[in-house]
Design a protein around this ligand. Structure first.
Ligand code: FAD
Ligand code: NAD
Length: 402
């Protein structure tokens, strides 16, 4: 009898952890494992705001898949998934097709612009290594060009960031570190370069208590970040954002949208019923009616049984779901019962640049300042270890002082 084939789509947090755990749980005689990913590397999505600001090298935020999985045990396919034919149990790729007995759908997130006119066309988004590196290069180009321009337009030095959630705030925190460096490099007066964060809601980072939010806002303002809070972005043009009912135009040389994310569009192409861009899965992480498919990470909504609301899409959640899926697929292959997913919240930390941050950690303890920044680096290194293993941690870990 032929071995069952487990196909994992996406080598992000959920997919790579699932793959690594599957190789630990199942012998080569028990199952064939296939990992399909667009690139031959994994990137830490949770570090992309640093790549986008240019405060870390893009190569620090990624590592080769062959550093984390044994290519003799896992068949690695570097290609783009376009669709899953669920009736025939086949994955359609740009260049080939792959059949499966068990499928892990872990293709992650894409930017969600909610249909705001002009946003897709005129704003950058922080979604992967290439898009993030592009932002950093664009920002530096604005400063370089300004320095040699005879008819200087100061708007060219403004960086507009739409959305004051985690991504937007962590990004402006990095920019507050980077912009003085760029001003020095290109002999530009620091007061001419602006970093503006625009948030529709009455507060930035609503997940945190008011005292931590006030700390973060003041700390960033002290480092030159301007906030426009309670200011919904209505449109994005070549020149910048159009904000609020009075349609004020805020001009900028760099415009970045960090106002939301949603599930991978391959879900829709594969015929899934979507709720806000993602698939609802049961407590065992399978969509209704499919025994051999698991949808995890930013592609699914998993319900918190206590609150009755879905867990927010995070790397922390995706990593834990990836591990659970490996357990469940191994159990199915061995005709054993599968387990429901139980989320273990390890806390939340937001960086505000290299040496500042805020956080809620275990037992309700709050962190701010350097202790939060240090904790964030511990979290980042732990993630690298879980996803890539000790070799990757030693190569790419954030052991730098600040
Ligand atoms: P992803 O990490 O997005 O991985 C998906 C993988 O699939 C990628 O390798 C991608 O290349 C690949 N892929 C996509 N489409 C295709 C295709 N069609 N074919 C083949 N391969 C494809 N969460 C936290 O918990 N803590 C944080 O500090 C944190 N910081 C963040 C900072 C930023 C800037 C951002 C944007 C997000 C942050 N998040 C954080 C959220 C976290 O990054 C996501 O929740 C997490 O990445 C989701 O993991 P995933 O495995 O579902 O998908
Ligand atoms: P988000 O949805 O959490 O935040 C988007 C923000 O944009 C919101 O505050 C929203 O009010 C604002 N917004 C939306 N439309 C707007 C408009 N028209 N005008 C102005 N503002 C608008 O998105 P995110 O920050 O990208 O985070 C996505 C997920 O990733 C979340 O689950 C988050 O928890 C996670 N994440 C976690 C961390 C961390 O733990 N440190 C860091 C980054 C992201």
């Amino acid at each position: 009898m032929s071995k069952p084939k487990v196909v994992v789509l996406g080598a992000g947090y959920a997919g790579l952890v699932a793959t690594r755990r599957l190789t630990q749980k199942l012998s080569a005689d028990e199952a064939e494992i296939v990992l399909i990913n667009k690139h031959n590397y994994h990137y830490e999505s949770t570090w992309l705001h640093e790549v986008a600001a240019g405060t870390i090298n893009p190569n620090q935020a990624r590592f080769m898949l062959t550093d984390a999985v044994n290519p003799k045990r896992v068949r690695l396919i570097y290609d783009t998934v376009t669709e899953v034919n669920r009736d025939e149990q086949r994955v359609i790729l740009d260049n080939s097709e792959v059949s499966y007995d068990y499928l892990v759908f872990a293709l992650g997130f894409v930017s969600n612009t909610f249909g705001i006119p002009g946003m897709d066309e005129h704003a950058f988004a922080i979604t992967d290594i290439d898009s993030s590196r592009h932002i950093a290069e664009h920002i530096e180009y604005q400063f370089a060009q300004y320095s040699t321009d005879e008819n200087k337009n100061d708007d060219q030095l403004t960086i507009l960031v739409g959305g004051g959630g985690f991504t937007g705030i962590e990004f402006v925190g990095e920019l507050a570190d980077k912009v003085p460096e760029l001003c020095q490099k290109y002999d530009i007066d620091r007061s001419k370069a602006r970093i503006i964060n625009v948030e529709a809601a009455p507060s930035i980072l609503p997940v945190f208590d008011d005292d931590l939010v006030s700390y973060a806002k003041k700390a960033l303002e002290d480092r030159g970040v301007e906030f426009r809070i309670g200011a919904p972005i209505k449109e994005c043009t070549e020149e910048g954002f159009i904000v609020g009912d009075d349609k004020e135009l805020i001009k900028a040389g760099t415009v970045v949208w960090t106002g939301g994310v949603t599930g991978n569009p391959v879900l829709a192409k594969s015929g899934y019923e979507l709720f806000k861009g993602k698939v609802n899965v049961g407590p065992d992480l399978r969509p209704e009616g499919e025994e051999n498919v698991f949808i995890v990470g930013d592609c699914s909504w998993t319900l918190d049984q206590e609150t009755g609301r879905p867990y927010p899409p995070t790397g922390q959640l995706a990593t834990q779901e990836g591990a659970q899926v490996a357990e469940n697929i191994s159990a199915l292959i061995r005709n054993q019962p599968i387990q429901d997913f139980v989320y273990s919240n390890k806390g939340t930390v937001a960086s505000l640049g290299l040496s500042d941050g805020i956080g809620n950690v275990l037992n309700g303890n709050k962190l701010r300042g350097k202790s939060a920044a240090a904790m964030k680096k511990v979290v980042d290194d732990r993630s690298l270890f879980l996803v890539g293993g000790p070799k990757v941690l030693l190569k790419k870990g954030k052991f730098r002082p600040f």
